[in-house]
Every structure is written in C-alpha cells, then in structure tokens.
Design a protein around this ligand. Structure first.
Ligand SMILES: [Mn+2]
Length: 304
C-alpha cells in the first residue's frame, strides 16, 4: 500500500503521475471548505492530507497494473468568508477542470458538490445521472436555516436543468431525517439501495443495477461521501453511522460503475483528517481514487 517514505515533493504528487499537460486524462481540484457541516468539522484539511499521502503510494491499481496516465492538479480554491462568492469561484474553476476526461474533486464537506454539480450541469447539459454513495441521502430542502447545508446537496441537484429524479441513484443509505424519508416516498422514480440492501443482495448485484438504471444517460457524476463506509473503515468523518459498507465493497462498486457508465466527474467528500486514526480514512479514499484512475486509464486507452 504505502511505498518508501521519501519526502513529499511536487514531483511525487499522485505517485509521480502529476503533469502540467492540458491533455491530462484527469484534472484534480481541491475544495477545502467545511462551513456547512452540522456536527464535527475537519474536512477542510482533506485535500492537503490526500495529496501528502499520494506521494507515498505505488502508482498501480490493486491488481498491480501500472498507472501511467497523467494527472493535472489545479490546487485548491482558497477559503472565502462569503459563502456565495466562494461557491461561485468553485463553480467557475470546476468548469475548467471538467475539460479533462475525468474531473476529480476533493472536498470539503458534502455542500461542496452543490457548485460542482452546477458546473457539471453547465458543461454536460443533460440528461446526466448522479450516483451518490453515502449513509445519508442529503435530501433536506433547508437544514439549520441553510439551503446549501451538506444535508441539502441532492435537493439542489434536482433543481438543475439536466437532472431528472429517475437519474439519481443512492447507495449505502442507513440514516434518514423524516423529511428525507417523505421525499423518497413521494418520488419513487429515485433509486436507492440501503446499506442493508448491499449486504443482503451483494455489492456486485447492486453495482449491476446501478449501471442498468443509468444506461441511457450521456454522462454521470459520482459523489462519494466517505461516511457511506462503515466507521471501522472510515472513522475520520463528521457524521459516522454504523452498519456501513467495507472498503472492499466500495472498490468493487466503483470498478463496475466506472467501467459500465460514462462517469465524467467524481468528488470525495467528508474525509476529516483531524478526526481520523492513523490516516485510515484518507488511505481508504486514496485506494478508491487509484482504482478509479486504473479504470479511466483502461477506458482512455481503448476508446478509439
Ligand atoms: Mn453522509
């Protein structure tokens, strides 16, 4: 997993896959914002932690296949005390990063995908799909007085012009506010798989159903809240919920989904390094990211 502990330099970032080429297969953008969390903070430290650890990882997927694609890292969008101005800056920069075959966004809390999905809507148009891995559906209309809370992400996504409820798929759910439960019951077009569904049906069957559900869309945005994992695999997060998926399950899920669907953007949110133990949560997030890089490399190579 971790290779030799050489000091982190720019050249080592993303296991040395870092590149300034505008034709890099992957564009990375950090959004170190945790102003919208409802419980414990700390996700603002995630982009720096993920980059730091990436310098020590072997550049291969989990089966040993060498990674040789290029990763262009756009750095972070620095914090701004004015929330709306910050989200506008995130949206504008994300449009640029979405020029790459895969845009990889590092949060930040789960409010960060609100401007990221707006950028996706601008670039892709529609119809597109959203795959949302999480313990929580984030379907509150307003939470703690805010429409941009990390509990409102998918309500805001459903307001975008290219987004239809039948193209929204949740995986890993196991905690619902009453309002969210009511919303899911009155919108049966939305597909969701609870963590229990994943346990009982097996992750492979669930992954196939996800791919089947989004068969007709032109592009997919994958939003990955690390608290979809069980706290045993991801203790470093602000709103942990027991009974979640394993890192193993998540790796299988992303492989199937990224192979079977035109995923153009992915975010990893709610990783909170100050709440973590021995970087377990960050390392799990990176494992998933590297597996995704492997699939993107495979798809780019065989696309012609
Ligand atoms: Mn969550």
């Amino acid at each position: 997993m971790l290779s030799d502990p050489t000091p982190s330099t720019h050249a080592d970032l993303w296991s040395g896959l870092i590149s300034d080429d505008s034709d890099a297969e992957v564009g990375v953008l950090g959004v170190p914002f945790d102003g919208a969390v409802s419980f414990r903070r700390g996700t603002a430290f995630a982009p720096a932690k993920l980059r730091e650890l990436s310098c020590h990882l072997a550049s291969c997927n989990e089966e040993g296949r060498p990674l040789n694609l290029k990763v262009r890292d756009y750095g972070d969008i620095s914090p701004d005390l004015e929330w709306s101005r910050y989200f506008q800056a995130v949206e504008d920069r994300a449009v640029e990063v979405l020029r790459h075959p895969l845009a990889l966004f590092l949060g930040g809390d789960h409010s960060v995908p609100i401007p990221l999905m707006r950028a996706f809507n601008q670039v892709v148009g529609g119809p597109y799909g959203i795959v949302h891995f999480d313990a929580h559906p984030d379907l509150a209309d307003v939470y703690e007085g805010h429409r941009w809370s990390h509990a409102c992400t998918e309500r805001r996504a459903l307001e975008l012009s290219g987004m239809q409820p039948e193209h929204l798929v949740f995986i890993g759910l196991r905690s619902f506010m009453r309002e969210e439960w009511d919303f899911l019951k009155t919108h049966p077009e939305i597909t969701y798989f609870t963590a229990r569904d994943c346990y009982r049906q097996g992750i492979e069957a669930i992954a196939k159903e996800v791919v089947q559900t989004l068969q007709d869309v032109e592009a997919v945005y994958f939003t990955l809240d690390i608290d979809g994992l069980d706290p045993a695999y991801a203790p470093g997060t602000g709103t942990p919920e027991g009974g979640g998926l394993s890192t193993r399950d998540l790796l299988e899920l992303v492989r199937e989904v990224f192979r079977g669907l035109p995923v153009r953007a992915m975010d990893v949110v709610e990783v909170a390094p100050p709440l973590d133990c021995a970087d377990i949560t960050s390392v799990a997030a990176l494992k998933v990211i590297y597996e995704v890089l492997g699939v993107i490399q495979e798809k780019q190579r065989y696309k012609d």
